[in-house]
Design a protein around this ligand. Structure first.
Ligand code: SF4
Length: 389
């Protein structure tokens, strides 16, 4: 989306939330709890509502649980209700008949978390919240994936990020963001970074109140981790996001290293989430020659957009990170779709950028990148290896 009213793009939506002082989550299952965590930063949840309220005599997550009848008999002024359950059609019908309006004071959890939550925090509490932030600790990797989204096998400059620079980057991020649901350490392969535990400890000692959890994204290929590292991962409840590339890698020795390393996490009680990814062929570097309007469509519909910080620069996706840093060598002056996190940055502009606004409506790299999702049907096997000459 192209900025038309920079710093005020969400004013109309945000105004709806300024006076909201009660949030009810309808559903006490996993989805309800997940949403409650995301709303915990400003202690926004008033109560839960559930068919089976009687099963929660002590409440849930420190909040009362009301039955549907109790809830419907309450005063709903300045309240919103968010349905967090798989089968929500019947509940939604009852709430609409009771006078709630979808998109105003009635939402489903997925739409609220993905569309409104950030705007709610910003306009209701003047807090900059985002779901996740990637911080690259190294661009050294143990694999050479032919279709690497970060273009890592083809980078000209590789190395670990200097520890003191990384600490400054972390401070910069948290000077700008009030809360991140997930703070993600990424690479390259993060377990090749020699100061990974120091980074984790620094984040938790200084910013534990600003994150719900911390994740490490790994391909599973590295030398066995020390006991101290395992202990840190366990104590800090780090979530290991394991991208399972075994089908693409094929090499038996590498696959056995992966199996051993993942087993090691399981043995130490460390939470591993296995990611079976669908990859697209990004065709990095091949120019599209598309019209600007088409590039806007590409940018708006690309699944690969994410928040990625490098130094003081906040970038809209990993691919644009590549140009900023290394190989593509696109004219820097043209590349004006990043935000500088300088502590003075306008929180509204940062959020608009994170949610898809740029000066041109796309990022310069979209001209040289296939992206992923509905805009790119060239699906490839994740983790297929290439030999770099
Ligand atoms: S198509 Fe554009 S938004 Fe998507 S990954 Fe490529 S550069 Fe980023």
């Amino acid at each position: 989306m192209k900025w038309a009213n920079k710093g005020h793009e969400f004013d109309v939506i945000g105004e709806k939330f300024v006076n909201v002082d009660k949030i009810y989550i309808y559903g006490c299952g996993m989805r309800g709890k997940e949403l409650a965590y995301k709303l915990s930063y400003c202690d926004c949840v008033t109560a839960f509502v559930d068919y089976k309220a009687a099963n929660f005599p002590q409440g849930l997550m420190g909040k009362p649980v009301y039955s549907q009848q109790e809830f419907l008999s309450m005063n709903h002024e300045n309240a919103i209700v968010i349905i967090a359950m798989a089968d929500f059609v019947q509940v939604k019908k009852i709430l609409i008949y009771a006078g709630f309006n979808e998109g105003t004071d009635l939402f489903d959890d997925k739409t609220f978390a993905n569309v409104y939550l950030y705007i709610y925090y910003l306009y209701r509490f003047k807090k900059l919240y985002f779901d996740r932030m990637n911080l690259e600790v190294t661009n050294v990797c143990s694999l050479k994936c032919k279709h690497c989204v970060a273009y890592i096998p083809f980078l000209q400059h590789k190395g670990h990020v200097d520890y003191s620079d990384l600490i400054k980057d972390i401070d910069t991020i948290f000077n700008n963001f009030d809360f991140l649901n997930s703070f993600d350490l990424v690479g390259g392969e993060p377990f090749l970074y020699p100061y990974l535990c120091d980074v984790i400890e620094y984040v938790f000692k200084n910013y534990s109140k600003k994150i719900n959890f911390c994740r490490i994204f790994t391909n599973g290929v590295y030398s066995a981790l020390s006991k101290e590292t395992m202990q840190t991962l366990f104590e800090r409840k780090i979530i290991i996001e394991w991208s399972d590339y075994r089908e693409g890698i094929k090499d038996e020795q590498t696959v056995s290293i992966i199996n051993k390393n993942i087993k090691g996490f399981n043995e130490h009680g460390i939470n591993v989430s296995r990611r079976c990814l669908s990859w697209s062929d990004y065709q990095h570097g091949q120019k599209r020659n598309e019209l600007k309007e088409d590039l806007c469509t590409v940018y708006n519909n690309c699944y690969s957009r994410c928040s990625h910080a490098t130094g003081k620069i906040l970038l809209p996706c990993l691919s644009s990170y590549v140009i900023h840093k290394d190989v593509m060598k696109i004219d820097e002056e043209k590349f004006n779709d990043f935000i500088v996190l300088d502590g003075e940055s306008n929180k509204h502009v940062i959020l608009e950028s994170l949610l898809g606004y740029t000066e041109s409506g796309y990022t310069e790299m979209c001209q040289y990148c296939g992206g992923s999702g509905p805009i790119n049907n060239k699906i490839v096997v994740p983790g297929k290896q290439v030999k770099i000459e």
